[in-house]
Each structure stands twice: as structure tokens, then as C-alpha cells.
Design a binder for this molecule. Structure first.
Ligand SMILES: [Zn+2]
Length: 74
């Protein structure tokens, strides 16, 4: 299980995210490396990934960023 989440940004198509800290802190706001769109706090994304499957995470991120990203296994 990795703390890092890879995704494909539905805005710019980038598959890289910006983590303010390494490793990311719970309160860090993770952003898209391509367009700097805010994805959400690392804690929420991490907890969602731990607690639910990727379908649930996709639904959560849909609520957070308004678009449904394509998640990949890290
Ligand atoms: Zn982007």
C-alpha cells in the first residue's frame, strides 16, 4: 500500500500530482501537477482509499473536484 496516489487529471490529462511534503501530511492539499487544480486534502483521499474500493474513491473525488478522475494502482 503506497501513500502516493496516481491519477489522470480530467482537466489537463496530467497523471502526476503535487505533494507539498514527502511523505505527504494528512492536512496537505494535493494538487494536479499539470494545471495545479486542487484535488483535496491528502487525509481524505488516503482514508477514502483505505476504507473503500476505488469505485468509492472515484465517487468521493467526484464530489471533491466535480469531475471523475481515472485512478491507477500505484
Ligand atoms: Zn490537471
Amino acid at each position: 500500500m503506497t501513500d502516493y496516489i496516481r491519477f489522470i487529471c480530467t482537466t489537463c490529462g496530467s497523471d502526476k500530482a503535487i505533494y507539498p511534503n514527502t511523505p505527504p501530511l494528512d492536512d496537505d492539499i494535493i494538487s494536479c501537477a499539470g494545471c495545479e487544480r486542487e484535488i483535496g486534502p491528502h487525509k481524505i483521499i488516503k482514508d477514502a482509499m483505505l476504507a473503500a474500493g476505488k469505485d468509492e474513491l472515484s465517487n468521493l473525488s467526484y464530489k471533491i473536484i466535480g469531475k471523475r478522475p481515472t485512478w491507477k494502482n500505484g
